[in-house]
Write a protein of this length. Structure first.
Length: 382
């Protein structure tokens, strides 16, 4: 009876979210007899037995997710293979009800297989407490529009909860299996659309950049170009150019057109605007993880292959918590919170990084980049 009471107390500690120090737990366990410790160890082992697909099948909340996975033999086999590690973000049955409504309302005809792959992070076993603000997770969804790279999920933290792409909230975390772990989410993750559409979703930030792209016939490149890195100046950044410069760039009123050219985009101001818009569109895909790894990199742009220089500079450590400072060095090297990202030696700074798109990445910057051979008629307004 005494042994049962102790075992029950241990199980309560395991299955609740009460946090205790590892040291106190170790002292508590060390006071048990060997048979009780063996019972406790076996109970923990039972929680991890079975593959990822076994764990999902054993939980009725994920029956619709399991049913969808069963139609894709490759995915099902991967999750069943105990030699292949993965982290799975599993939508609940309620989440699938929302998916049906969303797809019907938005006339979304994307393949279900792509959506499922977007919930699986291969070769990773990520604990819930490791999901920090700004973290990028490489998924099983590989896209030609990303130059055959894998689409990412971006982690947000809001009021203590972890959110994925600001769409799905993790409602239960760390359901362990022999080949990984599962986190339950309350919405189905939908892969991002093309860069133009993603920018249109945030008109209060990017309407001026989008207007410039439309004005110069560059909007189609935002939608169709593969593997883009877009440094999108915010509306506030454009305002810093000043009213007269903006009028020069966006309007041909009062400007001489070249002989024989009648359309608005042939005036000098709009030509310069096109050069500026092209200069903000890199030909190669660069996430912050790429920038942090290389520390400094150059990207060719759509403007005559002129390059922009990107620097990943480490911030000071004074704001880091004790738990962060004690984490492994290899993890810290990829923690986006530790870095600032400067463009062209500080001409602009990234304010929001890693906006995800079907064909690239979007980084919001705080100043408009002006190529060396573009001369604005007026001093910038500061």
């Amino acid at each position: 009876m005494h042994r049962f009471a102790i075992l029950f107390a241990l199980l309560v500690c395991v299955f609740t979210s009460v946090k205790t120090s590892p040291l106190s737990g170790a002292l508590f366990i060390s006071n048990l007899d060997e048979e009780s410790v063996e019972l406790f160890t076996n109970t923990l082992k039972e929680r991890q037995e079975g593959s990822l697909i076994d764990r999902l099948r054993g939980d009725k909340r994920f029956s619709r997710f399991v049913d969808a996975l069963s139609r894709d033999r490759g995915l099902r086999d991967d999750l069943e293979n105990k030699d292949k590690k993965a982290t799975v973000f599993a939508p609940t049955n309620e989440a699938f009800k929302h998916l049906e409504d969303d797809r019907r309302r938005n006339n979304d005809e994307r393949e279900l297989g792509d959506i499922l792959r977007y919930h699986i992070c291969p070769d990773l076993n990520i604990r819930g407490d490791e999901l920090h603000q700004g973290m990028l997770l490489r998924t099983d969804l590989r896209l030609k529009k990303l130059n055959d790279r894998h689409q990412r999920i971006r982690v947000f933290r809001f009021r203590g909860d972890a959110w994925l792409n600001m769409r799905a909230r993790i409602v239960e975390r760390d359901m362990e299996a022999e080949n990984g772990r599962i986190h339950a989410i309350d919405r189905v993750l939908i892969p991002p659309r093309d860069a133009r559409e993603m920018l249109f979703m945030m008109p209060t930030e990017f309407s001026t950049f989008l207007a410039g792209a439309e004005r110069t016939d560059m909007s189609k490149h935002l939608a169709d170009e593969k593997g883009l890195t877009i440094f999108a100046p915010s509306n506030e950044a454009w305002q810093r150019l000043g009213f007269e410069n903006l009028r020069y760039l966006f309007s041909c009123v009062g400007q001489d057109r070249q002989r024989g050219m009648e359309r608005h985009r042939e005036c000098k101001g709009v030509q310069d605007l096109k050069r500026i818009i092209q200069y903000h569109m890199g030909r190669d895909l660069a996430y912050t993880t790429d920038m942090m790894e290389k520390r400094e990199m150059r990207l060719k742009t759509l403007y005559e292959d002129k390059t922009v220089c990107i620097e990943a500079k480490e911030r000071g450590h004074k704001d880091r918590t004790h738990s962060e400072s004690c984490s492994k060095d290899r993890d810290n090297q990829r923690d986006v919170r530790r870095y600032m990202f400067l463009i062209n030696k500080g001409e602009a700074k990234v304010q929001f990084a890693d906006g995800l798109a079907e064909n690239g990445a979007i980084h919001m910057i705080d100043n408009v980049l002006v190529p060396d051979d573009v001369k604005l008629p007026h001093d910038r307004y500061e």
